[in-house]
Design a protein around this ligand. Structure first.
Ligand code: HEC
Ligand code: HEC
Length: 219
């Protein structure tokens, strides 16, 4: 079980701090029928052919104790944010080659947004994300942040991050440790995303530290 192997810091953050799906949860409820044969969701949900999906938005992949995941999911190390969920639901095998989920995929992006909005309505109280702070992220967090500077720099970010597009994660209210970790991973190329690698590549430690504190407070 992965969770047990991770030592160090565990970040406890509310699922909604990670992502804000923009879809119609009522339409999503209908669409969930395609998932319900294998996945329970809601209070008291248990694992069936697939793991239960309560609190899935913001949940670490492969995190449900007692469910035997494929290594495609279990060893992926990723967190199910809106974007990753959308990609996985669109094309499970293409996104996570080797996954045991026998579901063909949902092509329509509006339907995926609706479905994810429905999934997000079952929030876990608290989501434990196995999470070890890297030395690089710790170094950024040690820099004294400057709120006003962070606000000034944020104008470039909100062009995308305030748009509420289902593919763009919400960063307001994000835990600074997660924020900084994401930014240094983009900057080093460990986490790949063309735009975010370019954006973070222009930022020094002080800029990232200041942005982290600004966005944490900007709700
Ligand atoms: C035929 C059964 C089946 C159907 C239908 C199905 N799933 Fe799955 N799902 C699985 C299995 C099995 C896994 C575990 C996959 C693995 O370990 O590779 C899984 C894993 C997942 C995960 C990862 C969970 C985790 O804890 O990391 C998500 C998210 C998910 N499914 C969402 C959905 C959604 C949304 C639908 C409907 C659109 C759906 N699934 C339809 C069987 C199914
Ligand atoms: C052109 C659009 C765009 C701009 C500009 C942009 N971002 Fe992003 N950002 C994205 C997208 C898309 C993702 C999701 C990438 C992925 O899947 O890893 C993302 C991801 C992130 C994440 C990871 C969030 C998570 O939940 O994992 C952080 C943190 C972030 N951006 C911060 C910023 C900051 C800070 C700025 C400004 C300095 C910025 N972004 C500018 C589009 C943008």
């Amino acid at each position: 079980m992965r969770l047990a192997l991770v030592t160090g810091l565990f970040g406890f953050i509310p699922a909604m701090a990670i992502a804000q799906p923009m879809g119609d949860p009522e339409a999503g409820e209908q669409l969930y029928r395609a998932c319900a044969t294998c996945h329970e969701i809601g209070e008291g949900a248990r694992n069936r052919a697939g793991p239960h999906l309560t609190g899935i938005v913001g949940r670490a992949a492969g995190a449900i104790e007692g469910f035997r995941y494929s290594s495609a999911i279990g060893a992926s190390g990723l967190v199910w944010d809106v974007d990753m969920l959308s990609r996985y639901i669109e094309d499970p095998q293409g996104t996570m080659p080797g996954t045991r989920m026998a579901y063909r995929g949902m092509a329509d992006s509006q339907q995926r947004s609706d479905l994810i909005a429905y999934l997000a309505s079952f929030e876990a109280e608290e989501v434990a994300i196995p999470f070890e702070l890297s030395p690089e992220a710790a170094a950024v967090l040690a820099v004294a942040p400057d709120m006003a500077y962070g606000e000034y720099l944020s104008a470039e970010c909100t062009a995308c991050h305030a748009a509420g597009d289902a593919g763009i994660p919400k960063i307001e209210g994000l835990d600074p440790e997660l924020f900084v970790t994401a930014m240094v991973e983009y900057r080093s190329g460990e986490r790949t995303h063309q735009v975010m690698e370019m954006v973070s590549g222009r930022l020094g430690d002080e800029e990232i530290a200041s942005l982290a504190v600004f966005f944490q407070k900007a709700q």
